[in-house]
Design a protein around this ligand. Structure first.
Ligand SMILES: Nc1nc2c(ncn2[C@@H]2O[C@H](COP(=O)(O)OP(=O)(O)O)[C@@H](O)[C@H]2O)c(=O)[nH]1
Ligand SMILES: [Mg+2]
Length: 299
């Protein structure tokens, strides 16, 4: 089981460790700013967030009269933390909590759902899974296999069936069995982007109509290897449905962990969990301090 610090190894070693080198000694010069900017951009922090971060740091240098580049290390740590929204506790305290999981094909939805379900079952919750990705038979089977492994019932329909109908059936089942949490897996690819977004809305509508205040959480799964492209995906999903948090899958092996800063700053969304490998245990709740330590090296 890998934690956040360990799974940020590539991001840290290939990108962010250069910051420590630059800020190791000497006074702050124009070159210092250029170097920091270049590293942040290289680390998939994105233009908008990079500029905002550098601006904040420059302001602090003026306000606090900092002149040694080493002083920027602590300031950078604090400003990164400030970019990450402090998350509220998960909104799962309902007779039946409904969690909708969306994201493009291959981002890691089904695997993340299995990890979430395993985690919540271990905590004593009864979890039901809805196979509302009916686009491919393999997707339904994949969820069934995970369900069997972790002991969670999977409600599924036929390949090509109506995802909203599967969701409806799963709600009925979960309510009748007094389950605690229903997690709805969805398709990440349909014939057109428009169809996909319409489908998401429809599923959400079915949930909202059957369960009070639901979906209680809507997680968008992003693949950490996609970096700034993942941000673009998030923008198009946000147009269709309200999202309450991000699951950042495949952080292990990605050098683009800096995208978390853009998720916080540009989308205003908390990262809730990170995927740190392919096994059930390779999953960690997002922790802001652990993330900053993982990015810049622990202090
Ligand atoms: N290394 C790694 N692989 C992952 C992680 N999460 C998912 N995967 C792999 O990514 C691939 C796609 O995942 P899947 O859950 O099927 O994506 P979906 O199409 O969004 O449902 C699979 O091969 C998973 O094993 C992760 O956190 N780390
Ligand atoms: Mg899937």
């Amino acid at each position: 089981m890998k934690g956040i610090f360990e799974s940020l190894r590539k991001t840290r070693n290939t990108v962010f460790s250069q910051i420590a080198t630059i800020l190791g000694s000497g006074d702050i010069t124009e070159e210092t700013w250029e170097d920091i900017e270049a590293i942040l951009l290289q680390g998939d922090v994105g233009v908008e967030t990079t500029l905002a971060l550098v601006e904040r740091l420059r302001a602090r240098v003026t306000e606090e009269g900092l002149y040694r580049s080493a002083d920027l290390q602590q300031a950078l740590r604090e400003e990164i933390l400030a970019l990450l929204p402090e998350p509220e506790p998960l909104n799962l305290d309902w007779p039946l909590a409904v969690v909708l999981v969306i994201g493009v094909n291959g981002s890691g939805k089904t695997t993340s759902i299995a990890k979430l379900a395993a985690r919540w079952q271990r905590a004593g919750k009864r979890v039901v899974l809805a196979a509302a990705d009916t686009f491919r038979a393999a997707a339904i089977d994949q969820l069934k296999v995970w369900g069997e492994r972790i002991g969670a019932t999977v409600i599924a329909g036929a390949e090509g069936g109506d995802p909203s109908a599967v969701t409806y059936d799963a709600i009925q089942y979960a309510q009748s069995r007094k389950a605690d949490i229903l997690i709805v897996d969805t398709a990440g690819r349909l014939h057109t982007q428009h169809n996909l977004m319409a489908e998401m809305k429809k599923i959400r509508h079915v949930i909202a109509k059957r369960v009070a205040w639901a979906p209680h959480e809507t997680f968008l799964v992003l693949d950490a290897a996609t970096g700034q492209n993942g941000l673009m995906q998030a923008h198009s999903f946000l147009k269709a449905v309200k999202i309450s948090g991000i699951i950042l899958a495949k952080l292990d092996g990605s050098a683009k962990g800096g995208m978390v800063l853009a998720i916080g700053h540009q989308l205003g969304l908390p990262v809730r969990f990170v995927g740190t490998g392919e096994q059930l245990d390779d999953f960690a709740p997002f922790d802001r301090e652990a993330f900053v330590n993982g990015l810049l090296g622990s202090q």
